[in-house]
Write a protein that binds this ligand. Structure first.
Ligand code: SAM
Length: 200
């Protein structure tokens, strides 16, 4: 018999319940918490750009870390509906074709560019990895354009045949480079995070 979980969601697990309790809209917040613990990518007063920010967990957590003297800006295809603090904002748009007016509102430079973007998946791992890579390329271009020297980049990628080539390109743009699978990332998921810090 399949045990019905608390939320009625079959994926509900320890992290989902914890997120509900701690008032984050998604369990993914714990991946950023683990990344932060490992690499200290966001400091008080930082300006953070969060690509693929909906439903808003990373954005909210990044805003908490940056504090009111910092700024957290998110972009997603979907609107963020949670209440954000005054120093955080979310915009709706496709990162691959954002208009100049929206980029102007987003501004620059940033101390950290985060991408937790995920494509619509098909179940075909090669197609999904290629779609993920496309989003990673857009995130990396944004990071190169908008990060301040010394800034940090975090990018989720679905591992596929081009993973190493992409990862090596990120390595070339930063002083430190790590590849990290947080504990809170589902074991079955092919997602992994590339962390670059100290942008050249
Ligand atoms: C796993 S969710 C992000 C969760 C988020 N980090 C959080 O903690 O709430 C991935 C997001 O990437 C967004 N996304 C996918 N393709 C995108 C694109 N081309 N431009 C902007 N956002 C995109 C999706 O709409 C989705 O909300």
């Amino acid at each position: 018999m399949t045990r019905r979980r608390a939320s009625g969601n079959r994926w509900a697990d320890h992290y989902t319940r914890k997120a509900q309790k701690e008032k984050y809209p998604a369990r993914s917040v714990y991946k950023l918490q683990e990344i932060q613990k490992k690499s200290r990518i966001i400091a008080r007063g930082n300006r953070v750009l969060d690509l693929g920010c909906a439903p808003g967990s990373w954005l909210l957590y990044a805003a908490e870390l940056a504090g009111p003297s910092g700024r957290a800006v998110g972009i997603d295809l979907q609107p963020v509906t949670i209440q954000l603090p005054a120093h955080a904002e979310a915009h709706v748009g496709d990162i691959r074709e954002l208009g100049d007016d929206l980029w102007e509102r987003v501004g620059a430079p940033f101390d950290a560019v985060l991408s937790d973007m995920a494509p619509a998946t098909t179940g075909n791992k090669d197609v999904d990895a290629a779609r993920s890579l496309d989003l990673c390329e857009a995130a990396f271009t944004t990071a190169k354009d908008r990060l301040t020297p010394g800034g940090a980049f975090v990018c989720k990628i679905f591992q596929g045949e081009d993973f190493k080539t992409f990862s090596d390109r990120v390595r070339g743009a930063f002083k430190q480079h790590k590849i990290y699978k947080p504990q809170s990332s589902r074991k079955a998921s092919r997602e992994i995070y590339i962390i670059g810090s100290g942008k050249h």
